[in-house]
Design a protein. Sequence first.
Length: 254
Amino acid sequence: MTERAAPLNIAGKLAGIFIESKITAMIMLAVTLAGIMALFVTPREYNPQIVVPAANILVAKPGASAEEIQNLVVKPLEAIMNAQSGVDHTFGYAAPDFGLVTVQFKVGEDQERSLVKLYNQLMQNLDRMPQGAMQPVIKPINVDDVPIMTLTLSSTTVEDHQIRQVATRMLEHLRNVPGVSFTQVIGGAPRGIGAAMRLHWAAPAARRSCCANQRAEFHNRLVPSPALARRHGVTRNCQQPRLTRRPRFLRADE
């Protein structure tokens, strides 16, 4: 006595049709050829350019603590940036005297249009900035800004400002390498000039630190003086004569 086979469902019937049909081999061949053609026709790129517009907004408020910056600058600015279309998310960072807000747009958004929208949104709500806050600074973020190589200089005997001088000399040589786009020195102590005031000299209101800053800036100023130049007969071969005061802080060796 033989057992009767169970009836096939839809999947079994469909599989039986393809097993017994002669067109199955042609379909498999056609799919294979289509895959090979797509492999050669589809454009490929070693480093795909994925456009993700982003920008940093830096707002300084001298004299404010990190908590004040967080409540008065960072949080309101994040709310303002999130109100515009195309923004994916924002990041906020608060520190004493300044705050930083990073705005990232959605993938595929046009970078120039996104930056224009960000600037317009910021200018329209500039009156919402707290009293004493300085003009916001917008710095776009590009994919090419990520460094591909970082060199670290350290020493146990050389001081930090001397290490920075060595790094600056190395930077001048690296800029001459073909293909190098942007180089920067981070860290170390940059050169500076310290000025100590006497109390009896700084007592009058007209001789405070702001006056000292103006005097220091005067030594590095290039002043056009046509009248004085004409007095010495310099205007014969020069249409825009200039009187240059020798700068005291302009040369690198000083």
